[in-house]
Design a protein around this ligand. Structure first.
Ligand code: GLN
Length: 243
């Protein structure tokens, strides 16, 4: 963690990577810290502003193809995020944010864009848009707490040897490259296709990220509303249409 005991959470380009309410992930992390007595600040970084390299954790959300191309151009030019990642800061990308963290992505118009190369992942448009609820197992990191979220993306993502899949799809599409994988991870750089916001639906994932920031597991935090939301989301999928 940087300097004093306050955790600084970077909300990266919410003006272009904010289409799917993924900014809520910053609120979830900040609240989960605050409820444990750990001060936290959300630092929004807008398009045109340099990305500070001194923050503890960075969040990139989903967005439309053109918006994500703008985001990638901006982030490649201002190297703050890459510098932070190089010193071990936690970086989380959701959907477009996932694709931007990879080495390259092709948008629906067929144009190839360079990503940030923080994940070994390349994205191309798939044959069909993946839309719907997703359940994925992340046994190595989260044990028997599956990930729940929803996806809405055209891109299919293939991982290279430098990144491991985050999880294995039980329902839905995920990376969509035929491997059955969902998301990606290299060290403390983590990405997923799941919206929700994903950290509101998956407190175990939120706390894993906080553990990486704090250097130790955060104190237990039982929230009945969050457990009820998980139960409702997971049972909805179980009884829903199998994709
Ligand atoms: N534009 C990207 C795609 O369609 C990402 C969409 C998203 O962030 N939900 O693949």
């Amino acid at each position: 963690m940087s300097g004093d005991s306050e955790v600084r959470l970077g909300l990266v380009l919410p003006d272009v990577l904010g289409t799917y309410s993924d900014s809520g992930n910053a609120t979830v992390l900040s609240k989960r810290l605050e409820w444990r007595g750990v001060p936290a600040t959300i630092v929004p970084v807008k398009l045109g502003e340099p990305v500070p390299s001194s923050l503890d954790l960075y969040l990139l959300g989903g967005g439309e193809d053109e918006a994500q191309a703008l985001a990638a151009t901006h982030l490649r030019a201002h190297r703050g995020l890459q510098e932070a990642a190089a010193r071990g800061a936690v970086v989380v990308g959701v959907c477009a944010g996932f694709q931007v963290l990879g080495t390259s992505f092709v948008t629906s118009g067929g144009v190839e864009h360079e990503g940030l190369g923080l994940l070994d992942a390349t994205t191309r448009p798939g044959e069909r848009r993946a839309v719907g609820e997703v359940v994925a197992r992340v046994d190595s990191l989260l044990g028997d707490e599956p990930l729940t979220g929803f996806e809405n993306h055209q891109g299919t993502t293939t991982l290279g040897p430098g990144s491991a899949p985050l999880g294995e799809v039980v329902r839905g599409v995920g990376n969509g490259d035929g491997s059955g994988s969902e998301g990606a991870r290299t060290g403390h750089i983590l990405a997923t296709y799941l919206h929700g916001p994903v950290l509101a639906r998956n407190p175990a994932l939120a706390d894993l990220l906080l553990e990486w920031v704090l250097g130790e597991p955060p104190k237990p935090l039982a929230l009945a509303e969050v457990s009820a939301l998980r139960r409702e989301r997971l049972s909805g999928v179980r009884f829903g249409h199998r994709r």
